[in-house]
Design a protein around this ligand. Structure first.
Ligand code: SF4
Length: 420
């Protein structure tokens, strides 16, 4: 285990070491997905009994063994019914969505994650880096179209500096966007990007967060979590921040008063024990945030792996170009039950599952359809079939097609007030 980077606060590094739940392969063994989705020895009644025990007390502590038992069960109607019931209990029937625009600033990236079809070296075919002018124009267009949020992420671009400073570049980026699109919520920079900025400038993460908040940062995407399992990350993305570092950054983000999302990339090499460790770690981080009266995570987003254009070694190992919808729906239900009261909002990815798949996920524990996005780049480059944008009307129709009420929300699930 590497030591914590100098950028991180000592308390955050220490707490991350305590809160990060290690995968318990000794309890589960590594169960191949094919086996996980095969008919189980468990009867429907046994699965329903387990689901009901979680539903009866959604605040009950979740142990590794309980998580493993639940996650080892195949897709089944009892889990679907119970997850849908818990969704109704915690979040109600109304389906929410946000009108937002994705700004993927550049795909120049110094790292080489095994699942990433987005990254390019500068000058390589398909490489791009949007200018401030271009990004400001996109932000102004989004505002004119009724967006309330800009979601800003990009590769780890070592050339993104102003006067030699990565932080100055990112501060000026936020200021420029706020100027072009006043009033829009700036949901920006994954934990990996935040740590990258700090390390590029040899600054503390605290100083980076303070400067970015001063420039208008409103909340942080919880991407780059992938799966919070150190052994798996060594295989998937050994150059990236570790699971413990991700947790430490999130602790500091929450402590700074910012909310973040929480994600799980699933359907590749992860075992049931990896999934359990990830979900239990998210619960531990959320409990800690709430104990300290912080907002913590605003939502959980399941991100199925897209293999179509992923680098060949991982694509071939996984052997699937598009997500296994049935397996992802089962995991959607399992996550809703395991995350219990600690995650009110669950969101499927229509980009990865298609809108039809994401609409189905609304019956398996999800209550939110995410954003309109307007221009999604990262998953499109991975070969996903869900498209790059949805109109508000399409998201509304998806919810109404299930007989559910629907409303537009803000990034942090508040009411969208009519323009004056
Ligand atoms: S996932 Fe992110 S950090 Fe990894 S290679 Fe792709 S852009 Fe770079």
């Amino acid at each position: 285990m590497s030591e914590g980077p100098a950028a991180l606060e000592a308390w955050a590094w220490q707490e991350a070491g305590v809160l990060l739940v290690p995968p318990r392969e000794d309890l589960a063994g590594e169960i191949p997905e094919a086996e996980r989705c095969a008919p189980s020895a468990w009867t429907d009644a046994e699965q329903e009994s387990l689901a009901i025990s979680l539903l009866d007390d959604p605040a009950s502590p979740r142990s590794s063994s309980l998580a493993l038992r639940l996650l080892s069960q195949p897709s089944a109607e009892p889990l679907q019914r119970q997850a849908d019931g818990l969704r109704c209990q915690l979040a109600g029937d109304t389906v929410t969505y946000v009108v937002n625009r994705n700004l993927n600033t550049s795909n120049h990236c110094q790292k080489h994650c095994s699942f990433c079809a987005f990254r390019r070296d500068p000058g390589q075919a398909g490489a791009y880096w949007h200018s401030f002018d271009s990004l400001q124009q996109r932000a102004a267009e989004a505002r004119a179209l009724g967006a309330t949020e800009l979601c800003i992420q990009g590769g780890l671009n070592t050339a993104a500096r102003i006067d030699g400073s990565a932080l100055t570049y990112h501060v000026q980026l936020l200021r420029g966007l706020a100027e072009a699109a006043p009033g829009l919520h700036l949901h920006a920079f994954s934990p990996q990007e935040l740590l990258f900025i700090a390390e590029q400038d040899q600054l503390s993460l605290q100083a980076v967060l303070e400067a970015l908040c001063g420039a208008g940062l409103g909340s942080v995407p919880g991407t780059a979590a992938e799966v919070l399992s150190e052994p798996l990350r060594q295989r998937l993305c050994p150059e990236k921040l570790t699971a413990r570092q991700w947790c430490a950054v999130i602790l500091q983000v929450h402590e700074a008063g910012l909310a973040s999302t929480a994600t799980l990339m699933a359907g590749h090499l992860e075992s049931v024990a990896d999934r359990a460790a990830h979900l239990l770690t998210l619960v531990a981080l959320q409990q800690r945030a709430w104990q300290h009266r912080r907002s913590g995570f605003s939502e959980f987003v399941l991100l199925p792996f897209i293999g179509a254009a992923a680098p060949a070694p991982l694509r071939q190992r996984v052997g699937r170009d598009q997500p296994d919808l049935a397996a992802m729906l089962a995991l959607t239900a399992q996550a809703r039950l395991l995350l219990g009261v600690w995650f009110r909002n669950h969101q499927p990815s229509w980009v990865k599952l298609t809108l039809a798949g994401a609409s189905e996920a609304l019956r398996w524990g999800c209550n939110d359809l995410g954003g309109t996005l307007m221009e999604e780049t990262i998953t499109r480059m991975a070969g996903a079939l869900g498209g790059t944008a949805q109109s508000p009307e399409a998201l509304q129709a998806a919810a109404r097609g299930l007989g559910r009420p629907v409303r537009q929300r803000t990034t942090l699930y508040g009411e969208v007030l009519p323009c004056a």
